[in-house]
Design a binder for this molecule. Structure first.
Ligand code: ADP
Ligand code: SF4
Length: 689
């Protein structure tokens, strides 16, 4: 069934004492569930194994209370009581013929120890990385011996849990073996500091310890950052080449990438597929061991090219496996068109960052495998032969129509515009967001294969049209629009005179091609990506752009998607002036008055136009009109009317897709009650009662 040119992706790869059945390798990734929600975690990993990944890894796994990552929720192997949680995952992964891998980690000065209250440790005295008001102390030689013991003990526990591959972690600036490599963190004058041989010593010892402890049955993988892009303060490519040369045959597998996380999982706005190639391609030349690398690979042709050109041996993926846990199977079964490609928006990352279960824009079932029993490929068949009318072809409407179609409903999708995709189509035309169109394209492709879903473009429906249509169920996914009046988090009464000002613009204007010129201020009271993209667009259009926000930093929420640093760098490069902690006090079409949030002082500056990014309002007029005519529903044969997505409450594209999916899943199903999902409840361990 599969295209023979992809055969190479399905050849087994020997990794030390174990063999991966193919070349698809789900590298470690955080998920916000970790040790706190082991059943949910295991079910999420199981779906990857079922979807054909040969190796399924955990996220970072804390090995000791001196490496406590609170408030982040990762995996944990502090003592034997942590084994069952990971054994759950191993059993599920093995049931589908995949290998289970664990990324053992001691985060040294990049831990928090907020829960354990242990003193942080590091190669040398230094402040904790994440701004906690504490320092790590320099490890003594006895500390180093203790750390090696903890790592070995954790490796043995991982083996008992059923892990097949045990990682030694020296990447992302997150783990002691890497911290010892870094000149900026390692100022030691003993045998663990100074020369490269000395700085590599701990990494070598831990690799050897791990092999001694578990190497009879488990493979030992080394996750290694080849560059931190920090210059001589950090691990740099030239030194990384020496390190790989020194350790070449010691691990059974090299897993190589860039550090820190924001350089590794770069949003698609700032890096294309395969962007790490020039930083990792040297590794295979220095070792005979298999090499896995990442690059948000979703195209099987790119994957084959990576292998054929000798860049990597195994296709590493975190995000592509989140967006489509069945990616390998779809290639294997000759269904490449069915791959739900990651769009590189990093909403998945925001789960970990906000300490909440993982979610994904493209895959609304991610994180819901256990608690809602949602499977990424299977939906329950419809219960009745009902007809459903979906109004609006944005992400919510498209996903609802697709999933309802998959359930077997007779679905009609009406869209006012001449093209599908709603906000996705519009936003994907903004600078750097082209890949976001995949949200539309995958759904349109799937709908095209469903004979029971009809699409009507150029069809603005009124309440009368809906009632005349005669569908039993109506779902309104009619979207939203940006407010013109300046109302938002900071200006609860709006901004005087802005709504009617001819030089006041919104993102909708920009997306409709109505762009201001001259001196333009983008006012960001939203805090995520929209305003920085507006600034980018206007800069490209030749405007002199100022970015102003009442917040104390630029696009603060974009930290959660790893966009923040890239946004700041791009703005700096473009010469966009940044005014934080300032709100708009007045605008007369030529002069803008900004007011400092903290001391109330005002500044005036020349300004030809303002683009406000503050808040949105649902386009729910059709819903309200139908509610007003509820008495007519039953005569028209209408049993239910629902409003979903941005038309219910404006949010992320991820929220809209989820809303569409949830609507389709729950239609005509028994009510789930007030709490719509399963939860973890903790029972005390027998040893603790
Ligand atoms: P969401 O993110 O919730 O899916 P979008 O704004 O992306 O919302 O999509 C809403 C879509 O609904 C837009 O493409 C819009 O053209 C369409 N739409 C809005 N009102 C109507 C209507 N009365 N009839 C048909 N389509 C509509
Ligand atoms: Fe890709 Fe976005 Fe899904 Fe993450 S949330 S896997 S970046 S589509």
């Amino acid at each position: 069934m599969r295209d023979p040119r992809y055969d190479i992706l399905f050849t087994p790869v020997k990794i030390g004492p174990v063999t991966a059945r193919n070349r698809f390798f789900q590298v470690p990734h955080c998920n916000g569930m970790g040790h706190a929600m082991p059943l949910a975690h295991a079910a999420m990993r199981e779906v990857k194994a079922e979807g054909g990944w040969a190796v399924v890894s955990t996220e970072e796994c804390e090995i000791h209370p001196t490496s406590d990552l609170t408030p982040y929720v990762e995996a944990r192997l502090w003592d034997d009581r942590d084994i069952p949680a990971l054994a759950l995952m191993c059993d599920k992964v093995h049931a589908h013929g995949a290998l289970a891998a664990v990324e053992l980690s001691h985060n040294g000065p990049t831990a928090s120890n907020l829960y354990s209250r242990e003193v942080l440790i590091g190669p040398s005295h230094q402040p904790s990385k994440y701004g906690y008001p504490s320092q790590a102390r320099a490890m003594t030689l006895e500390d180093i011996r203790a750390y090696r013991r903890w790592h070995k003990a954790a490796a043995l526990r991982a083996k008992r849990a059923g892990m097949d591959i045990i990682y030694v972690y020296a990447a992302h600036d997150l783990s002691l073996p890497m911290h010892f490599l870094q000149r900026r963190r390692n100022h030691r004058s003993d045998e663990y500091g100074g020369s490269l041989e000395n700085r590599v010593r701990l990494l070598r010892e831990v690799l050897e310890d791990t092999r001694d402890a578990v190497g009879d049955r488990c493979a030992v993988a080394l996750r290694f950052a080849t560059d931190e892009l920090l210059g001589p303060e950090g691990v740099e490519l030239t030194e990384a080449q020496d390190i790989v040369g020194l350790l070449a045959e010691l691990p059974d597998l090299w897993d190589v990438n860039l550090a820190a996380w924001y350089n590794d999982s770069v949003p698609s706005r700032f890096a294309p597929e395969g962007a790490q190639e020039s930083f990792v391609s040297f590794v295979k030349k220095l070792t005979t061991k298999p090499v896995v690398g990442v690059g948000r690979f979703t195209s099987p042709d790119t994957m084959v090219s990576q292998i054929r050109r000798g860049v990597i041996d195994l296709i590493g993926a975190a995000r592509p496996s989140i967006a489509d846990p069945f990616l390998p199977r779809k290639i294997e079964e000759g269904r490449v068109d069915d791959i739900r490609e990651c769009i590189g928006c990093n909403i998945c990352v925001s789960g970990d960052m906000t300490i909440s279960p993982i979610r994904c824009t493209q895959n609304p079932t991610m994180g819901e495998e256990w608690r809602k029993g949602w499977h990424p490929e299977r939906l329950p068949p419809k219960r009745h032969a009902s007809r459903v009318l979906v109004v609006g072809g944005g992400p919510a409407g498209l996903e609802a129509a697709r999933a309802l179609g998959q359930r077997g409903y007779e679905v009609s999708l009406a869209e006012a515009r001449r093209e599908l995709g709603g906000r996705v189509t519009r936003e994907a035309r903004l600078p750097g967001l082209a890949e976001w169109a995949r949200v539309r394209d995958w759904r349109v492709g799937q709908i095209g294969k469903l004979a029971n879903v009809s699409v009507y473009l150029d069809s603005v429906l009124s309440a009368q049209d809906v009632l005349d249509f005669g569908a039993e169920h109506v779902v309104l996914a009619t979207g939203c629009h940006w407010r013109r009046d300046g109302f938002g988090r900071s200006n609860g009464l709006g901004i005087d005179g802005l709504a009617a000002h001819p030089s006041g613009f919104t993102l909708d204007d920009l997306m409709d091609g109505r762009l201001p010129s001259g001196n333009v201020t983008v006012f960001d009271d939203d805090g995520f990506y929209y305003a920085s993209i507006a600034a980018d667009l206007l800069h490209q259009h030749g405007c002199k752009v100022t970015y102003a926000t009442p917040e104390d930093s630029v696009a603060p929420w974009s930290v959660n998607t790893l966009d923040y640093r890239h946004i700041r760098k791009r703005m700096a490069k473009q010469g966009i002036e940044v005014q934080v902690s300032h709100s708009i006090a007045g605008f007369d079409g030529g002069v803008l008055t900004l007011e400092n949030t903290w001391d109330g002082t005002r500044i005036e500056q020349p300004c030809d136009a303002i683009v406000t990014v503050t808040a949105r309002l649902p386009d729910d007029a059709l819903y309200q009109a139908l509610l007003a005519r509820e008495a007519e529903w039953s005569d028209a044969g209408v049993r239910s009317v629902r409003c979903i997505g941005d038309a219910e409450a404006p949010g992320l594209i991820a929220h809209a897709v989820y809303a569409g999916h949830r609507y389709a899943r729950e239609l005509e199903e028994p009510s789930t009650g007030e709490v719509a999902f399963k939860r973890h409840f903790h029972a005390a361990h027998p040893q603790d009662v």
